[in-house]
Ligand binder design. Structure first.
Ligand SMILES: CC(C)(COP(=O)(O)OP(=O)(O)OC[C@H]1O[C@@H](n2cnc3c(N)ncnc32)[C@H](O)[C@@H]1OP(=O)(O)O)[C@@H](O)C(=O)NCCC(=O)NCCS
Length: 141
């Protein structure tokens, strides 16, 4: 089951961030701030093995983070998180969702293609490993 994250989830979210994103992990303060922001929204699986963070501003939603612990992948968890995040963004008035992803992140590219995103722009050499960022977009209609 997917539910909204609470401040009690910060330690688990921090552990997931560090395990999945290493040096690029969000800090404890950044995670705590997402939980209290008026625009950011955080959902977790009830076993705290997966999470998603979005930001909604006016008619635009931004997918900021999505992650699933390695042992729990390919079971549809990211798809469930997407359904929650897009449903919420739509009801908050967003008509489009944007995100950035490394061209080298095959799993995320597979997920975003399966979720109907298409490429609208790129940022050459954006990431620390030299890979390009692809900007993807999807209508929420
Ligand atoms: C990307 C990620 C969130 C996918 O999570 P997941 O729970 O395994 O995804 P799902 O099981 O919901 O997969 C849904 C669909 O996405 C696609 N997909 C997922 N993982 C994939 C992979 N490794 N390669 C290709 N396509 C993939 C498939 O179409 C999949 O459907 P299928 O399993 O029926 O083929 C996960 O691999 C992850 O946490 N990666 C590290 C963190 C990260 O890079 N996040 C994104 C950048 S912020």
């Amino acid at each position: 089951m997917i539910r909204e994250a609470t401040p009690d989830d910060v330690p688990a979210l921090l552990a997931l961030e560090r395990a999945l994103f290493g040096a690029d992990a969000w800090s404890e303060a950044l995670i705590a701030s997402a939980l209290t922001s008026d625009h950011e929204h955080v959902w977790v699986s009830d076993d705290l093995t997966a999470y998603v963070v979005t930001m909604v501003a006016g008619d635009l939603a931004d997918l900021l983070r999505i992650g699933v612990a390695p042992a729990h992948r390919r079971r549809g968890l990211a798809g469930e998180l997407f359904a929650m995040a897009t449903g919420h963004a739509r009801s908050a008035g967003a008509v489009r969702m944007l995100l950035e992803v490394s061209e080298a992140n095959e799993a995320a590219l597979g997920l975003y293609a399966a979720e109907g995103f298409s490429r609208i722009d790129e940022r050459p050499g954006y990431y620390g490993d030299g890979s390009d960022a692809l900007v993807l977009s999807r209508a929420l209609g």
